[in-house]
Write a protein that binds this ligand. Sequence first.
Ligand code: FRU
Length: 469
Amino acid sequence: MSEAHLLKQALRAVLSGQQRAAADHHRPAWHLAPPVGLMNDPNGFIHFNHRYVLCYQWNPLACAHGAKFWGQWSSEDLVNWRHEPLALAPSEPYESHGCYSGSAVDNQGVMTLLYTGNVKFDDGSRTAWQCLATRDEQGEFHKHGPVLALPEGYTGHVRDPKVWQHDGLWYMVLGAQDQALQGKVLLFRSPDLHQWTSLGEIAGSHLNGLGEFGYMWECPDLFELDGSSVLVVCPQGLAAEEWRWRNTFQSGYFCGSFDYHSHQFRHDEFHELDLGFEFYAPQTCLSADGRRLLIGWMGIPDGDEFFQPTQANGWMHTLTCPRELTLCGNRIFQHPARELQQLRGQLSQFAGSAQTLPALAVDSAELELTVSGACELDFAEELQLAVHSQGVTLRRNNLRTGEPETRDWRGEARTLRVLCDRSSIEVFINDGEAVMSSRYFPAPAPQCHFHGTGQIGLRHWSLRQCVVE
Ligand code: FRU
């Protein structure tokens, strides 16, 4: 379909749907959400010319997955965002079924996107092209077409290029499925972002000492953090166990060391990045002052997403807050980006046994707690956060079945930081040792009630609204 046609369709969808979406009481006050339609992965996250640019997988035409566009926002401070012109629409034959996920780099002052052109055929098969686009001085993106065809030995599931520069050369990791239906991460190198040479598989199912580890790996991101190499990746096909891998698909990381001469990545075991109900496909970038920032999709691609009530108002999903990453041993700690403190309004403080604390507004709020003993935070009778001797448990009723469902972190919770925004909470345990992110859909003006005999010290801030301009 022509680009003009797609853009007209997208504009019509926004014009006719944005008021209804904006009036939804589940719409976040300060998280990023699509104006209309379905959003999934964050893409093209970069600090460029004094601004953060953040694109996103977007179907503006329906609350459904499908031929994705790239929407675009930018921000000076990670808090106040503005809409930017749509970055990519799936208008060309090599991206007929979607401009899929990818990343942005600064190539001598030219912002350059590498993304996947997804093409599906009538027989149900597909192929993928890794494509390049550049942004001009006016902010317009120009597509240069495919720079890499499907590598031999893999199915049509090869996608999500994450590109970075090292010693004057460009490197790219891709998520892939091999012909034996094993998930892999592929590495390529280029002098100019156009000519790519394969350097082989750096991680995957049945590699580096891993056993069977999923049929497809999506959205890889390889970076240095505090002296180690970290591979963030989303393996699909891990069987759920009692305490881990409970969501339909996982999102986590391997910590180790990557050698630019041998192209070997030695790593230890896989750890999930977030133990809540909704988290997937994160992407990182470096801040101006060298912090590694991560933003994820507060969603999971599975059937249950279509039971979320916002669909009736024509929009679906939000991103997580931006998080700063640090490494402690071989574990990633996540902290809400310090810029978010700008959102803080009035502060109230409380202390005492949980059951004596007053109910608190959690429409748009931050809670900082020290905890000793068992207690439960009940968010509007829709989502419960329990701290107990085994760890922390999140509980809610499944939107599809109505049955209770839980997610757990095991360990000793001493502090909690909970960021609340209309229809989501992000729980940071023990200064970022673990995170649990979840959507929930309360009636307007949700409150948190405290139960239990555990002792709590609590600071509560209301967070100001921060609309996208
Ligand atoms: C992850 C993902 C990516 C793909 C994109 C399509 O959520 O499946 O692998 O590029 O979404 O929207």
